[in-house]
Design a protein around this ligand. Structure first.
Ligand code: PLP
Length: 299
């Protein structure tokens, strides 16, 4: 049984209970983070916590916890669950109020919840399934106007993902006014003529920690990157399409609305980036990370 964290206590997840008057339950009034852990190290933790603080500011729920406080919760979860490679889910809601009332409580006592689940080991070579890629559809983005906040209110994301599944695809790329921004739980990249392109940060997409990492990693290896809007019609002209997230890392898209992308398997730039990503993780496992970049990637 997995051990979770709830408001200062570690307990079996089945015993972690939240009152029905919690604003997370009633209004989806909360934010969350998902942090990958490799070899007991919190991967890009500073960046994840900076985004969490940004999300908390975005919903006007200031918290006093330091980076170290959040790290302590995560490290204890890793230890208590005897996991080395995992993803930690952290959720903060505006807490319990005495009645269902839209107004913010004057002095909220946030509910803090965290749980952990296992992630696979480093895979130095991509599997056949990785190389096969995934298929996606496109659909109008029906989410709100503050997609830069990692809010727990994910009904639109769930509906848009379900739409893909019911079309026999794996995910949906979200379109606003003819422009592609991201997918239901990942950021969007395309490759054209060897250049890696991703939409610039805005209120229409989440500032993905993996998105930033991929841009950083590409630059480290001399691969050109560009941040600009991607019209929907350009997706079909792309040599490669990828989706990125902390748990899925970089995932190649090989079918879009039933049309094959590239030669229908993961493209050459993806393969290069996959190697760089896994090599860095392997170095982290072996404790061989260069001190200069260590602060950049792990805690
Ligand atoms: N975009 C959305 C809508 C997401 O939900 C996520 C991750 O959950 C991402 C992008 C990728 O973010 P990250 O790379 O920080 O996991």
């Amino acid at each position: 049984m997995s051990i979770a964290y709830l408001n200062g206590q570690f307990l079996p997840i089945e015993e972690a209970k939240v009152p029905v008057l919690d604003r997370g339950f009633l209004f989806g009034d909360g934010v969350y983070e998902v942090v990958p852990v490799y070899a007991d190290r919190l991967f890009r933790f500073k960046q994840h916590i900076a985004r969490l603080e940004n999300s908390l500011r975005g919903i006007r729920l200031p918290m006093e916890q330091s980076l170290q406080d959040w790290a302590d919760i995560c490290h204890q979860l890793i230890e208590k669950n005897s996991l080395q490679n995992a993803s930690v889910y952290l959720q903060i809601t505006r807490g319990v109020y005495t009645e269902r009332n839209h107004d913010f409580p004057a002095t909220p006592i946030p509910t803090i919840f965290a749980m952990i689940s296992a992630l696979p080991e480093v895979q130095p070579v991509p599997s056949d399934k990785d190389l096969q890629g995934i298929s996606v559809i496109t659909a109008e983005d029906i989410r709100w106007q503050r997609c830069d906040i990692k809010a727990i209110t994910l009904l639109a994301n769930c509906m848009l993902k379900q739409q893909a599944l019911e079309c026999g695809a794996n995910d949906t790329i979200l379109i606003r006014s003819g422009v592609a921004f991201e997918a239901t739980s990942s950021n969007l990249f395309i490759v054209r003529d060897g250049v890696i392109i991703t939409p610039p940060l805005s209120e229409h997409l989440l500032p993905g920690v993996t998105r930033d990492f991929v841009l950083w990693l590409a630059e480290q290896h001399g691969i050109l990157t560009e941040q600009r809007l991607i019209p929907e019609h350009e997706l079909l002209q792309a040599d490669e399409i990828w989706l990125t997230s902390s748990t899925k890392e970089i995932r190649p898209v090989t079918r879009l609305n039933d049309v094959t992308i590239g030669d229908g398997t993961a493209g050459p730039v993806w393969r290069q980036m996959y190697n760089h990503y896994q090599q860095l993780k392997a170095q982290l496992y072996r404790g061989e990370i260069d001190r200069n970049i260590e602060g950049e990637i792990a805690l």
